[in-house]
Design a protein around this ligand. Structure first.
Ligand code: PLP
Length: 399
């Protein structure tokens, strides 16, 4: 898929699963057979014409693709550049996550799996997973921290209505990191008939690459749509928020090797980068291993994972995917950290200016625009990763 490049300038995954010095598969021996089965099969499976036909059919007729590329005129006037919004918020289930779960359910079917296990924080990935399991008639078990089950009741109900079993993760801080541990444990104990659908570009190789490929439909569409609208395929900037980094990986994918396109990744600063309540991984983190890959993560002096904080559940993760760690370290990407308050303000701003209520995750990406020193000729594409319906109770505290 990618042309030949010097290893140090490549942003594609290597055969061994690395992006620069990040990535790999640091997994317990018990998990090896499952991950290896996936690694040996995923590329051939995805390349198969039958797979491609079914993937695109479901993206179009079930998920609602292609999503529009919208010229945000009033926002453009405000920031002093031409801003397009890639409308992933219009996808079925309200965010980009469905692109990945559709791809992975097709992989699971072809591997002959009967059961799906997934982890979820806010419940968005759990809902997207339960949705494709209902569609395909596969059993679905979603692990969710008990604390998150309390805070995200509507998504718990959605998953149950879709036929999924939601199992509480009661260890540790009872949030996403613990749900991930439980889901991995479940997979170890059920290696033959279960597939684990990871929700972002994280986890052991081949997950980050597989998820990025499924999400790459975002930048594939941006190129075509931008060409029609502006006569050029390449914007000056692509901007996306980063939790684990899947919507960003999808929006960046076809621009990774286009040096004229600046890739802008926006993390959550929570109450402030140095406040002790933050999820600004690249600002605060150091290299280490999290959930099976070497990446940058927030950790204590002796290497214990630090509890992250963000107002947006989707960005409340102590690490980032290995691709993004490499984009950061190599300088290929520009990284910003946006506080809760600035994100909320950007969410209100877009709602009033363009009639689009964004997810609070997405609002972080929008809040970076005024910081980017944009020029009048610049063309900017913002990945509008999701819609804000799920966040109304949070937004309403600021009304
Ligand atoms: C889950 C989620 C995110 C964060 O996940 P990434 O893998 O970083 O994309 C961002 N935006 C929305 C709307 C989400 O639901």
């Amino acid at each position: 898929m990618q042309t030949i490049l010097e290893p140090q300038t490549s942003f594609s995954v290597s055969d061994a699963g690395f992006y620069g010095r990040f990535g790999g598969a640091f997994i317990p021996e018990m998990l090896y057979p499952n991950v290896e089965e996936l690694r040996q099969n995923y590329l051939d499976m995805i390349a198969d014409p039958g797979f491609q036909a079914e993937f695109w059919h479901l993206l179009e007729d079930f998920a609602g693709r292609p999503t529009p590329l919208f010229l945000a005129k009033r926002l453009s006037a405000q920031v002093g550049a031409t801003v397009y919004l890639k409308r992933e918020d219009l996808c079925h289930t309200g965010a980009h996550k469905i692109n990945n779960t559709i791809g992975q359910i097709l992989v699971a079917q072809r591997l002959g799996k009967k059961r799906i296990v997934a982890e979820t924080g806010a419940g968005q990935h759990g809902v997207a997973t339960a949705t494709v399991c209902a569609l395909m008639g596969l059993e679905c078990i979603v692990y969710m921290g008990s604390v998150d089950i309390e805070r995200q009741q509507p998504n718990v109900d959605r998953m149950r209505m879709l036929g999924a079993e939601v199992r509480p993760a009661t260890s540790g801080s009872q949030t996403l990191k613990d749900a991930t541990n439980e889901a991995m444990r479940h997979w170890i104990n059920n290696p033959v008939d279960t597939h684990y659908i990871i929700g972002s570009v994280v986890g052991p190789h081949p997950y980050p690459d597989m998820v990025a490929r499924f999400q790459s439909v975002i930048s594939e569409e941006i190129r075509k749509q931008l060409l029609v609208k502006t006569g050029r395929e390449n914007p000056d900037y692509v901007v996306a928020c980063v939790g684990g980094g899947s919507n960003a990986a999808g929006a960046f994918y076809h621009y990774l090797h286009e040096p004229s396109v600046r890739l802008v990744a926006v993390e959550a600063a929570g109450l402030g980068v140095t406040s002790g309540h933050s999820a600004a991984t690249t600002a605060l983190g150091k290299p280490g291993v999290l959930h099976g890959s070497r990446t940058i993560l927030m950790q204590t002096e002796d290497g214990q994972v630090t509890e992250p904080y963000s107002i947006s559940a989707g960005l409340d993760y102590p690490g980032i995917g290995p691709l993004h760690a490499h984009l950061f370290e190599s300088g290929r990407g520009d990284f910003y950290a946006i506080t809760d308050d600035d994100a909320i303000e950007a969410g209100f701003n877009l709602s009033k200016l363009e009639g689009i209520i964004p997810a609070i995750e997405t609002a972080h990406a929008l809040a970076a625009l005024p910081l980017m020193n944009l020029q009048p000729d610049d063309v900017v594409v913002v990945c509008l990763s999701g819609r804000g319906d799920k966040d109304l109770s949070t937004y309403s505290k600021y009304l």
